[in-house]
Design a protein around this ligand. Structure first.
Ligand code: FAD
Ligand code: NAD
Length: 487
């Protein structure tokens, strides 16, 4: 550890942010906008050995996965669905290197964009690995050399990493985590996925669309238990129809790398009930969740409290157990979502600047970018039932939407739950086309404390997918126009 004296402090700041993911870089930019002298320290190095701000989200998360989801969906459309529109292609070929190159280009343009934004806002970007010392001093290690900085306030935004499990150690570019699964250099014939969570479904979908046989092994008995049960069931049916083989109650016992006809494969042993099962895959993606990067980010002389799952303990203002030390994003409680971390970054910057700021944690939307897309905000029906809440429900299937029919994409539905007496919207759940965009209308309505009737009284353009939201709101009062009335 470098000696910490006032003489060897290389720079002092109003705010030092540790981590330049969507939580950290947004916090740093907002701090700078508010006139605070800010530094942002990040240790992400890309495959060219260059600093690459943007964290998991831009480098190996949200952005590259959505690039591949888009490309693979277009490939599937061209291969299987164009003919429904009367477009006949004699052959559709996959150029995987070009698809990967496109994804890499998007990542490099966006990460360079973040570096420029930080610079334009006069945030000092510092490359290296940071460690919080006492009295808000921060030690940065780069190329084995240490430098000390000091700040009035420190924001820890060190993010999260994939969980590794002993039964499936990452190995040989055959058993991989999500980052490995975003960079296969050929389409594997058979892909196994451990975990039917968000990553398992999104990356499983990418490789299935590109031609792999995909089997997803999920430990739990319920499919997507965090989503509304009706939406999960609807999505499960759609995935099954697509050929995504999701096996629930699958208890992973172990994996072994084996040679089959001169090539390496992975043999997976698992149990369903008392039955022993085995599958051999060309690639295995381990997607069993992520853990907070809280272990090396502060020195033991800093008495920072962690919770039982090693998240840095914070209150609703993201204040840690140490004065003027905040923590935001994946390294603290709450959903591991980029937009949640970014909003925490904005809130903390504004609190440091002495402004009032808060986040409505009840209204953070979730989206799974599969086909159909799945999106929700607020309470699920099972949560309302468990809480004994008195609620009403209105549903509208995309099969009855003119726009969805015109697009040739009629899977899924919109479901609105509202309070039985006040009619206030309590939850909106969507599976179907553009669910990731449609959910924003529900978030805005709920942020403004709208009732289902408010949505019903709003004029929606025709023909649009949004009309499904309108009709679901009308259905809460059993007056949807394009559905037969409930008996
Ligand atoms: P991170 O993005 O993890 O950034 C933390 C940064 O801090 C990293 O650059 C890290 O290198 C750096 N760091 C860590 N420790 C130190 C240290 N000691 N010193 C210096 N730097 C340090 N979320 C969504 O909302 N939508 C999506 O579509 C989505 N898709 C995803 C797809 C995949 C495959 C994955 C893996 C995740 C996805 N996520 C998505 C989750 C999202 O990426 C995270 O929630 C988000 O990146 C968290 O932001 P963060 O800033 O807290 O942490
Ligand atoms: P997850 O928590 O969504 O899903 C992990 C799944 O693995 C769970 O269903 C769990 O039951 C299962 N599992 C755990 N151990 C297992 C085992 N031994 N055998 C079989 N199944 C097992 O985690 P994830 O999919 O890895 O994603 C991590 C985080 O990244 C999530 O919190 C998510 O919010 C975020 N993310 C978000 C998006 C998005 O917003 N679209 C996309 C990707 C990732």
């Amino acid at each position: 550890m470098a000696l910490k004296t006032e003489q060897n402090v290389a720079g002092t700041y109003d705010v030092i942010v540790i981590g330049a993911g969507p939580a950290g870089y947004v916090a740093a930019i907002r701090c700078a906008q508010l006139g605070l002298k800010t530094a942002c320290i990040d240790n992400w190095i890309n495959e060219k050995g260059k600093a690459s701000p943007g964290g998991t989200c831009l480098n190996v998360g949200c952005i590259p996965s959505k690039a591949l989801l888009q490309s693979s969906e277009m490939f599937e459309q061209a291969s299987k669905k164009f003919k429904l529109h009367g477009i006949v292609l004699n052959s559709v070929e996959l150029d995987l290197p070009a698809m990967m190159q496109r994804k890499n280009k998007i990542v490099s343009e966006l990460t360079r964009g973040i570096a420029s934004l930080l610079k334009a806002n006069k945030v000092q970007s510092i490359a290296g690995t940071a460690r919080l010392l006492a009295d808000r001093h921060v030690e940065v290690t780069k190329d084995q050399a240490q430098t000390i900085y000091a700040a009035q306030n420190v924001i820890i935004a060190s993010g999260s990493s994939s969980i590794e499990i002993p039964a499936a150690p990452l190995t040989d570019n055959i058993v991989v985590d999500s980052s490995g699964a975003l960079a296969f250099d050929s389409v594997p014939q058979k892909v196994g996925v451990i975990g039917a969570g968000v990553i398992g479904l999104e990356l499983g979908s990418v490789w299935r669309r590109l031609g792999s046989e995909v089997i997803v092994l999920e430990a739990q008995g319920a499919f997507l238990p965090m989503a509304d049960e009706e939406i999960s069931a609807d999505a499960a049916r759609a995935f099954k129809k697509q050929g995504l083989d999701i096996r629930l109650n699958a208890r992973l016992l172990g994996t072994e790398i084996i040679a089959v006809a001169g090539s390496k494969k992975v043999q997976v042993t698992y149990q369903v009930g008392s039955q022993d099962c085995q599958e051999t895959f060309d690639k295995l993606i381990v997607a069993v969740g992520r853990k907070p990067n809280s272990d090396h980010v502060f020195d033991e002389e800093v008495d920072l409290v962690l919770d039982e799952r090693c998240f840095i303990h914070v209150n609703e203002k993201c204040e840690t157990s140490q004065p003027a030390v905040y923590a935001i994003g994946d390294v603290v409680r709450g959903p591991m979502l980029a937009h949640k971390g970014s909003e925490e970054g904005v809130m903390v910057a504004e609190l440091i600047a002495g402004q009032f700021a808060e986040i409505n944690y009840d209204l953070i939307p979730s989206v799974i970018y599969t086909h159909p897309e799945i999106a929700w905000v607020g309470k699920t029906e099972q949560q309302l039932k468990a809480a004994g809440e008195n609620y009403k429900s209105g549903k509208f299937p995309f099969a009855a939407s003119g726009r969805a029919k015109a697009q040739g994409d009629t899977t899924g539905l919109v479901k609105i739950l509202s309070h039985a007496e006040t009619d206030r919207v309590l939850g909106v759940h969507i599976s179907g086309p553009q669910a990731s965009e449609l959910i924003a209308q529900a978030v805005i309505a709920m942020q403004m404390q709208a009732s289902a009737e408010d949505l019903a009284l709003t004029v929606f353009a025709h023909p649009s997918l949004s009309e499904a939201l309108h009709e679901a709101a009308l259905a809460v009062d059993n007056r949807a126009i394009h559905l037969p009335p409930d008996k």
